[in-house]
Design a protein around this ligand. Structure first.
Ligand SMILES: Cc1cc2nc3c(=O)[nH]c(=O)nc-3n(C[C@H](O)[C@H](O)[C@H](O)COP(=O)(O)O)c2cc1C
Length: 215
């Protein structure tokens, strides 16, 4: 089974809680047989912003025109992200809630892969068809405040967004979600909250390893 781990935080693991979740997950799956693990680090990759430069590059490519360096970088980056997702049976995302949403670098990764004919399509009646129903996803997320209450949940646009994109539009089955929350809101309980959450990360990793062993 091919596992792609998308690391979406470049804070060191002793500072960023979602970085620690990433590290914990990687440690827990280390050495698992039959599990082919690849990491895509959204902060380490060369990922220029998605926009008109890329659209322009598509047009030039079609007409056989010469590309600028930026256009070539964009095409390469988009292809690399798409290839990484194509090769994966399971995609694991480790990401923080920053400013109520995901980091911009993760947003750029999503924009590269959120492509009609690749992730979804429309049928003749105009219905949206998910094209990644054979893939699974795992979300590892940390957020300093509390968003699991009915009042605060609509403000949360990180896990919610990821669910909508990878579950709702792409059709991946979300097999696990570990959310650590409230450690900034309740500093006196922070250590306990984080340790309990990291335990759940290990359990999610073990579950994945065991699923693979059973296949
Ligand atoms: C740039 C930045 C923005 C943040 N914005 C929010 C926020 O909008 N709401 C919140 O509850 N916590 C916020 N936090 C706290 C993080 O959610 C918290 O640190 C959590 O552990 C996830 O980020 P981390 O993995 O980098 O630690 C923010 C932290 C940073 C560094």
């Amino acid at each position: 089974m091919n596992v792609l781990v998308v690391k979406a935080n470049n804070r060191p693991a002793d500072e960023g809680v979602s970085s620690k979740m990433y590290e914990t997950f990687m440690e827990a799956i280390k050495g698992a047989e039959n599990l082919n693990v690849t990491t895509y680090d959204v902060f380490a990759e060369d990922t220029p912003y998605f926009g008109q430069d890329l659209f322009h590059a598509f047009g030039k490519l079609k007409n056989g025109e010469e590309l600028t360096d930026l256009e070539q970088r964009l095409l390469n980056a988009k292809q690399k992200a798409m290839d990484a997702v194509t090769a994966a049976d399971v995609v694991v995302f480790a990401f923080p809630l920053w400013n109520l949403t995901i980091p911009a670098k993760l947003q750029t990764f999503i924009e590269y892969v959120y492509t009609a004919g690749f992730a979804f399509k429309y049928d003749a009646e105009g219905n949206m068809i998910q094209l990644m129903t054979d893939k699974k996803a795992i979300f590892l997320n940390a957020r300093g405040g509390i968003y699991s209450t009915p009042e605060a949940a609509p403000m949360e646009m990180a896990v919610n967004y990821m669910r909508n994109v990878f579950g709702g539009v792409f059709g991946m089955e979300i097999i696990d979600e570990v959310v650590i929350e409230g450690h900034n809101a309740m500093p006196n309980k922070a250590e306990e909250i984080i340790q309990e959450g990291l335990k759940r990360v290990k359990e999610a990793a073990t579950k994945l390893v065991n699923q693979v062993t059973l296949v």
